[in-house]
Design a protein around this ligand. Structure first.
Ligand SMILES: Cc1ncc(COP(=O)(O)O)c(C=O)c1O
Length: 465
């Protein structure tokens, strides 16, 4: 939830005006920030909300978001038939609960879980990550208590390029975050950089498959091998959680031989966003544990289910069930081959775009879209004093494209990059139109005879999604 600071915003009027074409006689305006005294016609209410939502950007031209913005008409139909289902009402919607379980088993199989697993859907990867982190914290506490040792100072190890959810996890659940510095040459966690941060209070290491800033895969197998070696030398047994928010639904199809999942014993849990490369509309994440025992029983709550018992594992109580059905729709509809084809098409577009962008003398690539179909580039140092990537982002907006520019994470925050996320639906045709608009934008900026005036001196913030 975005926190909205509720004050008196400076506006031309405190009321919303209503077009007389579809208002009741005499209805000309309604209060903007106060519950209206009376009712209005459903058509009028619809029109007002519809018109306001129109001011949002065009989702198909949004090259910033990872989140699904298009599904097939059959999925849209299914969605509209099932948006009333509440995932927590297992009694009322037993088949949705059964389908959720099937999806967990499908993901566990896709990620090579060896046997008995446990997992759940969530509202997004953020909730799924929180559950993964909580399982780590509680397992560590139980082990330490059994050994008669202190549980005062748990810590979690991750690169400084983690998504904000891990900062939140550490803040909300009182865990010390240990951020491993990244460099421009190595903008992710490595075995060598991670190891010095581990001690007996380490509850786990987060390894990202598809770093938000760059799309890079962190080397899970190398990090697992380093932790195996550490255990052999010191006895410290430190588990890995793989944050596969994006990569969890790319690697199984595009890099099937890459070792990153439950084939590595040290990987205890994996999350992914159903609403990213799972190809479902917003509101769905997944988390799966390699073995049931890695999720401590005491974190599981029991709700009644057809007079029986249904274990639940979630931070939220009520949440939509429709997205789970949409995920199952995609699993049936696409199968392995369909997912492979769709993800490959996105990767082909990402690699094409990266290759074209690398030809600009203004830019250097940081990544090339060959991990997840996401890549980032920077403006070459010394190229120009007249414009920067924020200006370019602004110019691209004139053509309708939303492409963020943002500083890299701590340790290399003086480097600003641009990033493109290629999602299903961003075709090669759109990509070549984008390259034309990029060329026009750069040509325009290159013609400047002095520095581009800045609207405000507000510092750019990191881009987190
Ligand atoms: C690596 C990573 N982890 C977690 C998240 C949070 O995912 P969600 O938006 O599904 O909550 C993101 C979002 O971009 C991400 O990139």
């Amino acid at each position: 939830m975005t926190i909205h600071h509720v004050g008196r915003a400076k506006r031309a009027s405190d009321s919303l005006s209503i077009n007389p074409m579809f208002a009741r006689p005499g209805e000309t305006s309604i209060p903007r920030d106060r519950l209206p005294d009376g009712e209005m016609l459903p058509e009028t209410a619809y029109q007002i909300v519809h018109d306001e939502a129109m001011l949002d950007g065009n989702a198909r031209l949004n090259l910033a978001t990872f989140v699904g913005t298009w599904m097939e008409p059959q999925a849209a139909q299914l969605y509209s038939e099932t948006f009333d289902k509440n995932m927590i009402d297992k009694d009322e919607y037993p088949q949705t609960a059964e389908i959720e379980e099937r999806c967990v088993r499908i993901l566990a199989d896709l990620w090579h879980a060896p046997g008995d697993t446990i997992g759940t859907s969530a509202i997004g990867s953020s909730e799924a990550c929180m559950l993964g982190g909580l399982a780590f914290k509680r397992s560590w506490q139980l082990r330490r208590r059994a050994e008669g040792k202190s549980t005062e100072k748990p810590n979690l190890i991750m690169s400084s390029g983690v998504q904000v959810v891990w900062e939140k996890f550490c803040n909300y659940w009182d865990v010390e975050p240990r951020y491993v510095p990244v460099t421009l040459e190595n903008p992710g966690l490595t075995a060598e950089s991670m190891l010095p941060f581990v001690d007996e209070n380490t509850i786990g290491v987060v390894v990202i498959m598809g770093v938000t800033y760059t799309g890079l895969y962190e080397p899970v197998a190398e990090i697992a091998a380093a932790l195996d070696d550490l255990q052999a030398r010191t006895g410290l047994d430190v588990p890995i959680h793989v944050d596969g928010a994006s990569g969890g639904m790319i690697a199984p199809f595009l890099q099937p031989d890459l070792l990153w999942d439950f084939r590595l014993e040290r990987v205890h849990s994996i999350n992914t966003s159903g609403h990213k490369y799972g190809l479902v509309y917003p509101g769905l994440g997944w988390v799966v544990w390699r073995k049931t025992e890695y999720m401590p029983e005491e974190l599981i709550f029991h709700v009644s289910y057809l007079g029986g018992d249904m274990p639940t594992l979630a931070l939220n109580f009520s949440r939509p069930g429709a997205q789970v059905l949409l995920q199952y729709y995609n699993f049936l509809r696409l199968g392995r081959e369909g997912y492979r084809r769709v993800q490959q098409a996105s990767q082909d577009v990402a690699v094409y775009l990266a290759t074209e962008i690398a030809k600009f003398t203004a830019f250097s690539l940081l990544t090339d879209g060959t991990d997840i179909p996401v890549f980032a580039w920077r403006l070459n140092v010394g190229y120009t004093a007249n414009w920067d990537l924020a200006d370019l982002s602004e110019r691209l907006r004139h053509h309708g494209w939303q492409v963020p520019s943002y500083p890299m994470p701590a340790d290399i925050e003086d480097v600003t990059v641009m990033r493109i996320v290629v999602r299903n639906g961003f075709s090669m045709d759109l990509a070549s139109l984008f390259i034309q608009d990029l060329q026009r934008s750069v040509d325009y900026l290159d013609r400047l005879t002095g520095p581009m005036p800045k609207e405000s001196s507000a510092p750019a913030t990191s881009f987190h999604h």
